[in-house]
Design a protein around this ligand. Structure first.
Ligand SMILES: *Cc1c(COP(=O)(O)O)cnc(C)c1O
Length: 428
């Protein structure tokens, strides 16, 4: 482990030694209205814009202007096949095969689409296991799916909570809850990384536990993709869904992604909402009404592909490749996490708590900071950080989320953030 020091010059040394340092220049760091580059630590909410995104968007606007409708079929970036340009890269980020991945819709819509296929309740087996602090949209999606099938969420939702006095979920507690629900459990739907605390779930163990009781297992990877490496296929996860506008920088409302395990991809007995974009590409325009499912996860596509929301993602995936892939990003991220742990401890001691678990295996790049002294209003601290040029976010009731991301945050960003926070906490 690197021996860190509290000197500002040490941050510069870490930046000088960082093999990914040059990647920062691929991005436009938001400046805010005063035109000064912020310390942008909110890639957990909306990733920064890549310069390549603008370039790729311009290409498609030009093609639209010149080719019109022919742009669907002509040229290297023909819109009808746009997914083909990027699916290998997307699959590599999540540890999947290309035929298991489709880019479509947005996250919550995709959770619904997946539950249509993978939540098949019976009177004997009708429960879905989620976590108590699930992102509200995930909770709503589950609740409404249970309702739609004629069941009652009060009986059919199993909710796991942190233990009394703890902020994060106990991993064994999740496995125990799965075992306890047993033969009544139809589906486990958990986040891969919890959005509030930044806790990483033990996805392989949860998947095994779910399968052991005969349930299917799906994950929401909103805070996973572009943050931590995962192996969806090898871990035998049934399905997953994610958004790409957080750590994959696809821009506001960017395209969502879905993983369907190969085991299920060609299972035509699965219920599915179908549309013309899920049919065989070579006969699609014969406009017949016989559904001939594409033999990949693309058969879950309903509508013609949303090209303009895929373009910035493709740019970002090209930059991920340039950075050496998700493993190289994670290597830098781990060093950034340890450096920020060190600085918080050195400069703020017990004035600031971090809810995020300490072991690297249980956390991604996000920190969930809480002001320890109840006499100091955490939201005021957050507002003051913003006033001093730090971009981060506040999550009710009392957490400041801070995420140094390896693609564009420097070690100096981390150092400056901690200094600003120290200044505020010294004079609250
Ligand atoms: C960001 C996030 C969402 C957002 O859902 P959209 O459908 O993209 O609006 C949903 N769930 C989780 C866990 C998230 O982190």
């Amino acid at each position: 482990m690197t021996e860190f020091t509290t000197d500002a010059s040490f941050a510069s040394e870490l930046d000088a030694a960082d093999p990914l340092a040059a990647i920062r220049s691929e991005f436009v760091i938001p400046t805010g209205e005063n035109g000064e580059e912020s310390i942008y630590l909110v890639g957990n909410s909306l990733g920064a814009m890549s310069k390549l995104a603008r370039e790729y968007i311009d290409i498609e606007l030009d093609r639209w202007a010149t080719l019109g409708v022919e742009g669907h079929f002509e040229g290297d970036t023909a819109w009808s096949r746009y997914q083909d340009l990027m699916v290998d890269q997307m699959a590599a980020v999540v540890g999947a095969n290309a035929d298991e991945v489709v880019l479509m819709n947005s996250l919550t819509v995709n959770l619904h689409m997946m539950m249509i296929s993978f939540y098949q309740p019976t009177p004997q087996r009708h429960k879905i296991l989620i976590e108590a602090h699930a992102f509200p949209s995930d909770h709503f999606a589950v609740e409404s799916q249970i309702h739609q099938r004629g069941f009652d969420p009060a009986n059919s939702m199993v909710v796991v909570s942190p233990r009394e006095g703890e902020d994060t979920l106990n991993q064994q507690g999740i496995l125990d809850a799965i075992a306890e629900a047993g033969s009544e459990l139809a589906l486990v739907l958990l986040p891969g990384v919890q959005y509030y605390t930044g806790q990483v779930m033990d996805m392989p163990a949860i998947t095994r536990a779910g399968h052991d009781v005969g349930a299917l297992v799906g994950f929401d990877l909103a805070h996973v993709v572009g943050n931590i490496p995962v192996q969806l296929h090898d871990w035998d996860i049934d399905f997953a869904a994610w958004c790409t506008y957080k750590y994959l920088n696809s821009g506001p409302g960017g395209i969502g992604g879905v993983f369907v395990n190969r085991r299920h991809v060609n299972d035509q007995s699965l219920p599915k909402l179908i549309g013309w974009w899920g049919t065989n590409k070579s006969t699609r325009f014969e406009m017949t009404t016989e559904f001939d499912a594409i033999e990949t996860a693309e058969s879950w596509q309903v509508s013609c592909t949303s090209v303009l929301s895929k373009v910035p993602l493709r740019a970002s995936l090209d930059i991920v490749d340039k950075a050496g892939g998700i493993q190289a990003m994670r290597a830098k991220s781990e060093l950034q996490i340890q450096y920020m742990d060190f600085l918080l401890e050195a400069f703020l001691g017990d004035k600031i708590q971090n809810l995020t678990p300490k072991p690297l295996a249980e956390r991604g790049c996000q920190f969930a900071l809480r002001v320890a002294d109840p006499a100091i209003n955490g939201q005021d601290v957050f507002e003051e950080l913003r006033a001093q040029g730090v971009s981060l976010d506040w999550r009710y009731p009392d957490v400041i989320r801070v995420a140094p991301v390896p693609l564009y945050n420097s070690f100096t960003d981390i150092y400056r953030f901690v200094q600003i926070l120290k200044g505020i906490m010294d004079n609250p």
